[in-house]
Design a protein around this ligand. Structure first.
Ligand code: S5P
Length: 275
């Protein structure tokens, strides 16, 4: 049986994973299901954007490996901003290797992702050992993992039985896997709808969200916040729709767009609550 629509607050009370609970509580407290993806290459732009969007988001998504002038103090500042504005951090690392290697990539190197990123993600392509590897580092730290069960891009291979197997892998490791990068609700997928009560509570974080354009020149596809919330997604991930496409970042425009997307995501949620 599919779930009736549940509020973020209700889900927060019951969720067994600390990172998932923290995210659901933050969403409820800030009335924001918006995650801003800060895909810029200069340290100054990265930190300025985060400071300005901070009040409007539940989560900041990073690709720290694209920052040209990366230095460890960036992480300390990011953590200060996370406390100042009350948001969680999601390094979009998309791990995809054997367990031993991903454990090293997660814990070590220049970025030491596990030490500061509340949530990270992985491709399920290697099978369950990728979860075991990442959990060996992340679980003791109270982190949460998302599996990429679907992608937003044209021609994505993550469909059908691949998606279904990803959900089964997550269900078997739901002490560490808190949900998915996907385009719709993943609850109940791969279960027999006739004989199983659906007790899944996976978070679905959804990229490919834009209010003004339908895609880019490199295969990205956008839907509106209302479309993705209606499809059963929980968090909208927005990048260029908020920080723009040009080389120069217009910080006032960034703030206006963050507020616009927060309002759109939240009103889509409130509509569903009232159904
Ligand atoms: O299927 C996906 C998965 C991810 S995590 N499609 C995506 O676009 N992403 C990420 O979301 C991508 O790496 C980028 O950081 C962000 C979308 O950015 P935008 O500028 O297109 O909104």
């Amino acid at each position: 049986m599919p779930h009736k629509f549940r509020s973020y607050a209700e889900r927060a009370q019951k969720h067994p994973n600390a990172a998932a609970r923290a995210l659901l509580e933050t969403i409820d407290r800030k009335k924001s299901n918006l995650c801003v993806s800060v895909d810029v290459t200069a340290k100054a732009d990265f930190l300025n954007i985060i400071d300005v969007v901070g009040p409007y988001v539940c989560l900041v998504k990073t690709h720290v490996d694209i920052i040209e002038d990366f230095e460890p103090s960036i992480i300390a500042t990011l953590q200060d901003l996370s406390k100042k504005h009350d948001f969680l951090i999601f390094e979009d690392r998309k791990f995809a290797d054997i367990g031993n290697t991903v454990a090293l990539q997660y814990a070590s190197g220049v970025h030491k992702i596990a030490s500061w990123s509340h949530i990270t993600n992985a491709h399920p392509v290697p099978g369950p050992s990728i979860i075991t590897g990442l959990a060996s580092v992340g679980k003791p730290l109270g982190r949460g993992l998302l599996l990429l069960a679907e992608m937003s891009t044209k021609g994505s291979l993550a469909t059908g039985s691949y998606t279904e197997e990803a959900v089964k892998m997550a269900r078997a490791h739901n002490d560490f896997v808190i949900g998915f990068i996907a385009q719709r609700s993943m609850n109940g997928i791969g279960k027999n709808p006739d004989d199983v009560e659906d007790d899944d509570d996976f978070l679905v974080l959804t990229p490919g969200v834009g209010l003004d354009v339908k895609g880019d020149a490199m295969g990205q596809q956008y839907r509106t916040p209302e479309e993705v919330l209606t499809a059963g997604c929980d968090v909208i991930i927005v990048g260029r729709g908020i920080y723009g496409k040009g080389a120069d970042v217009d910080i006032q425009a960034v703030q206006a767009q963050a507020e616009r997307y927060r309002a759109a995501g939240w009103s889509a949620y409130e509509k569903l609550l009232q159904l």
